[in-house]
Design a protein around this ligand. Structure first.
Ligand code: M6R
Length: 608
């Protein structure tokens, strides 16, 4: 979950690398560093600094215009704290070789012991430093950085994306990957390497995906990929469809706010082309799946897990197939029973979340069919799945997931409708009516966003609260879980989501005079509307300050009422979550927190 970038070409490498790091900083921001090949066979220029990228930028006195190749890293600390010493790049004793790394080298302790015996000195507490010394050792005999990298990778256990440069061959960057992302950006007489395409979309739309255990050697005019034994490999090429401007803030104070406001378009893009003129659902990407399934299991983490919890209600009701939802990180460590009649759906914005990836592999080992609902084209999880449904939400830069979530829910709903259509578990009329409801969502989200100012002002009034509780039932319950997660990660406040029916089984003890409670109410037609109203009475009677989110069918007396447009109950979270996103955003701003880069977090969790 670090960001990695490399550049080789005729332009000054430092500015390209820093620009790439700026776009990748969402992946980790504990420290940042660069290494540049400035002079043939002389020590590399290296600068690294704890803290955000700006600290490094402030250190860089010169633009080192002579350097035509360079690598840069933005870190989310795993082994060793966020200090200057532990920041990447790590350098060989000669200073001529530099390595950056994303992932975890599991056998670094034994490698370090071996290398120390060989006389190498370590300057950091990281697992990565073993790699640079090992590479240096292999380079002594091979005198070829790519060959040395292949030998090193054969000795590494764990997950890694590695980039290395050596001043003996200053125009060459060598990369390698296992269980961690690496893409190549193909420019005109220049090439890029990066953790994801956002690092270079301003310069090229042509890219290559690297597979597992592959080593890539990049110069300004050539890209050569091999496996770990030097056999040539043809990497998969793809065109980047994301617009370069979509990775900019575009006048918004934060990426998160911009992404909240992009939700109507993101949902439209997820829905685009999914209903034909007769109202039939079209998902040709699922044609390879055998839909004679008797169980669906959704695996995901964090907000994507909430998308699964919400999607389950519609998926099960429409397809008439039992649906379970499990945290990917928990699934891996038990002995589940799966078969070829189980469809495992993984949900992931990044497509790189290690827990989800490992759960996917485990599910495949157990014989299940796999479908990934993902936003990032060409990432590992969709690549390793039998089928993929891309959500097309566009790049999500803020660490807090917003538009990715709404489009994941819509994606699961579309998959549910498609299965129902294939199995005839819904009539054509029912599918048409649901298609109309789904298609109306972008305008309804837009409507919420047009009237969001009073909510922002109200939120600021809760700035001093120490704890906020979230309440919902049915699909409103996972929506409440999401509301609480957003507030935790952004406002650093205690926040918890509860199912209304569970209140009396314990959580109601948390309510005291003035406790803010955000309650999500279903439409009046729901069988739980009355029960939710009773739950609100129970907490009001105990002093809760209730903020209710409800459509106009609901009549309720609460101090704060946020109206959302009407839709059917199953789809309501796509609307009710929006005010909770805004609440968390505004609270973070009011409390002076870093909205786009909340403390201790990173966008893409590529370590276990
Ligand atoms: O990239 P993924 O969707 O797999 O990420 C899963 C979670 O790490 C992610 O949703 C996380 O919980 C968000 N920061 C929440 O806003």
């Amino acid at each position: 979950m670090c960001g990695i970038v490399g550049y080789t070409g005729p332009n000054p490498a430092l500015s390209k690398v820093i620009e790439g790091l700026r776009r990748l900083e969402y992946r980790g921001y504990d420290s940042a560093g660069v290494a540049l090949a400035t002079t043939l066979s002389q020590p590399l220029f290296v600068a690294k600094k704890a803290g955000k990228l700006i600290n490094l930028e402030n250190e860089l006195a010169s633009d080192h215009a002579s350097a035509k190749s360079g690598i840069g890293h933005t870190r989310w600390a795993t082994h060793g704290g966020p200090t200057d010493e532990n920041a990447h790049p790590h350098i060989s004793d000669s200073g001529k070789l530099a390595v950056i790394h994303n992932g975890i080298i599991e056998n670094y302790v034994e490698l370090r012991a071996y290398l120390e015996k060989c006389g190498y000195k370590f300057n950091s507490e990281t697992d990565t430093e073993s790699v640079v010394h090992l590479l240096s050792e292999e380079y002594k005999t091979t005198k070829d950085l790519s060959a040395a990298m292949r030998l090193v990778c054969q000795k590494l256990r764990g997950s890694f994306t590695l980039l290395a440069i050596h001043s003996d061959d200053p125009e060459t960057i060598v990369g390698a990957r296992r269980n961690s992302p690496l893409v190549v950006g193909l420019g005109e007489e220049e090439n890029f390497l990066a953790s994801d395409v956002s690092a270079f979309i301003a310069h090229t739309k042509r890219a290559l995906e690297l597979g597992q255990d592959q080593v890539v050697t990049v110069t300004p005019n050539e890209v050569n990929v091999t496996d770990l034994f030097g056999n040539g490999v043809t990497p998969k090429a793809f065109e980047i469809t994301w617009d370069a401007n979509s990775a900019e803030r575009g006048g918004f104070a934060h990426f998160m706010l911009k992404e909240i406001f992009e939700q109507p378009k993101a949902i439209s893009d997820t829905l685009a082309g999914r209903f034909n003129d007769e109202g039939k659902v079209q998902i040709p990407e699922l044609k390879n799946l055998n839909l004679g399934i008797d169980r669906i299991l959704i695996l995901a983490c964090g907000t994507a897990f909430h998308a699964g919890l919400i999607g389950k209600y519609a998926l099960e009701e429409w397809s008439k197939i039992p649906v379970d939802v499990e945290l990917a990180s928990e699934f891996r460590y038990r002995k589940p029973v799966l078969s070829k009649n189980t469809l495992v759906i993984t949900i992931s914005q990044s497509g790189e979340t290690m827990d989800t990836l490992m759960a996917l592999r485990y599910a495949k080992e157990l014989g299940a069919q796999t479908l990934s609902v993902c936003n990032t084209i060409g990432s590992t999880i969709p690549r390793e799945s039998d089928a993929v449904f891309y959500t097309h939400a566009g790049p999500e830069i803020a660490v807090a997931s917003t538009k990715a979530l709404l489009t994941q829910i819509v994606g699961i709903h579309l998959v549910g409708l498609f299965i129902a259509q294939e199995k005839s578990s819904l009539s054509t009329a029912q599918i048409n009516s649901l298609a109309a409801e789904l298609s109306a969502l972008p305008n309804k989200v837009e409507e919420i966003l047009e009237t969001v100012e009073p909510l922002r002002e109200m939120t600021r009034g809760f700035k001093e609260a120490t704890s906020v509780l979230f309440l919902g039932r049915h699909v409103g319950f996972p929506a409440a879980l999401e509301g609480a997660l957003k507030l935790k990660e952004l406002a650093y406040m205690h926040a918890e989501g509860f199912a209304g029916g569970e209140l009396k089984h314990g959580p109601i003890a948390l309510i005291e005079q003035g406790t803010p409670v955000i309650a999500v109410l279903p439409p009046e037609s729901s069988e739980i509307a009355e029960k939710m109203r009773s739950n609100i009475q129970e907490i009001k009677a105990r002093g809760a300050r209730v903020i209710a989110i409800a459509d106009s069918s609901i009549d309720i007396d609460v101090p704060h009422l946020i109206r959302i447009p009407k839709t059917i109950e199953l789809l309501q979270p796509i609307l009710s979550i929006v005010p909770m996103q805004v609440f968390a955003y505004e609270m973070a701003v009011a409390r002076g927190n870093d909205v786009d880069q909340p403390r201790n977090l990173a966008k893409s969790v590529t370590v276990e």
